[in-house]
Design a protein around this ligand. Structure first.
Ligand code: PA5
Length: 410
């Protein structure tokens, strides 16, 4: 099970107004307007997604179209757990024409399932990608009355252009429940459909998340969790306003990217928030670590240790040279462990603020736990910082101005 430890000279104390904060945190988790915490118990969403998967499972390519919360979660699962069913994945999560060319020129559109994910159903980047893909289908001789064999949509249950078009085209349209926002949506059909195509078991993901629920919400069980959040809030108030997320795992690199969006978009408001910095070990020891170690003391550094790798490699060798000889009696996983422990000790010596997270392995269960842990921590931090973690007024304003710019140039 995922666990965490604070390593810092800055004291972590029990939340001063624990009763009050706990009450409002509980109300948030149980609010009918906020659904993410109860997703592990929602079997209906998974069953609906499985039905759609059965219909399209023969497809050779899976094109995932979406941006922000509609793409980062699925990408994280795919990169962490891989694709074992031979389906080739394409993520169109930007509007770079050169990237579109590169990705689309290597596939046959008639053998693809195109998954359009947009909670609002109106996001410019996603609408643009969908238009291009519809044109591609037309060029391949596939007309609108056949789109239902190529597109699947995932959007708000009632609102938005996508819901409307889904009806017009008779396209399978899965739902992101109305009480779930984009960055909290990976444990819904947004993430489930790509998981099924990749051979990732969503049930195990939900099981992992369920196992952690008590530690994040039970009054006695979550004392440590509250301690962590209060400590982060105290550091924030002392001007320590950067959060490094650094798993010691290449497979969890996109977990950092997913966390960055969750943390930044949820908490960066009203002059508050902590700038998230994605990193991964051991690679970034040869890049950003110098800054983390000796730069300004304005960071909290989350280091994630993976206890057991699925595979390992012997470093035994007969190559001459001291460095080769030193490593010869170890395995690659042991070297990773040594580098992790070394960094942990050195950061401590340099009086840096570290959270040591530990997962038993990179698998469905631990990913489910990392997701729920991060979401709950974000929500609790929102409460401590007194900002609404579920809105993104800054992003909305940018979208509005971009549309206005387009209209004025049409
Ligand atoms: O977390 C969020 O709400 C955002 O990052 C959205 O996911 C992103 O803006 C995309 O929006 P939509 O899913 O409506 O296309």
């Amino acid at each position: 099970m995922l666990n965490w430890n604070i390593r810092s000279h800055f004291p972590a104390t029990t939340t001063p107004n624990f009763e009050e904060i706990f009450k409002s945190y509980q109300e948030t988790l149980n609010s009918p307007d906020i659904g993410f915490f109860r997703l592990p118990q929602n079997k209906e969403l998974l069953n609906e997604t499985k039905n759609v998967y059965e219909k399209f499972k023969h497809k050779k390519y899976f094109i995932h179209v979406g941006i922000g919360g509609s793409a980062l979660g699925p990408d994280m699962f795919l990169k962490a757990l891989g694709s074992s069913k031979g389906v080739e994945f394409i993520f169109l999560n930007n509007i770079d024409p050169d990237d579109f060319h590169r990705q689309l020129s290597k596939i046959k559109i008639s053998e693809a399932l195109i998954y359009i994910v947009s909670k609002s159903g109106t996001t410019a980047e996603t609408v643009a990608a969908m238009s291009i893909l519809a044109n591609k289908l037309n060029q391949a001789g596939i007309k609108e009355d056949q789109y239902k064999n190529y597109f699947v949509f995932c959007t708000d249950p009632v609102k938005g252009d996508l819901r409307k078009i889904g009806k017009e085209w008779n396209v399978e349209t899965l739902s992101v429940p109305s009480n779930i926002g984009g960055r909290f949506s990976v444990l819904t059909p947004v993430g489930f459909l790509p998981m099924l195509f990749a051979g990732i078991n969503p049930e195990k993901v939900l099981k992992g998340a369920t196992e952690l629920q008590a530690k994040l919400s039970g009054k006695t069980e979550c004392v440590d969790f509250f301690k962590l959040a209060s400590w982060l809030k105290d550091l924030h108030d002392q001007g320590i306003r950067q959060t490094v997320m650094m798993p010691y795992s290449s497979l969890l690199k996109e977990y950092s990217a997913w966390f960055v969006q969750l943390w930044a978009e949820s908490l960066g408001k009203e002059g508050k928030g902590m700038t998230p910095i994605p990193a991964y070990g051991a690679t970034d020891q040869h890049s950003q670590m110098q800054l983390f170690m000796e730069g300004p003391e304005d960071k909290t550094i989350f280091l994630i240790e993976v206890e057991k790798f699925q595979y390992d490699f012997d470093l035994k060798n007969s190559i001459s040279g001291e460095s080769f000889k030193t490593l010869s009696s170890f395995k690659l996983g042991t070297l990773m462990k040594a580098e992790f422990e070394g960094t942990l000790a050195a950061l401590g010596e340099n009086k840096r603020h570290v959270v040591h997270l530990k997962v038993p392995a990179v698998n469905e269960e631990s990913l489910g736990q990392l997701v729920l842990f991060s979401e709950c921590l974000t929500v609790l931090m929102g409460q401590l910082l007194r900002v609404d973690p579920f809105n993104q007024p800054g992003v909305e304003a940018g979208k509005k101005y971009a549309y206005a710019w387009l209209k004025s140039h049409s």
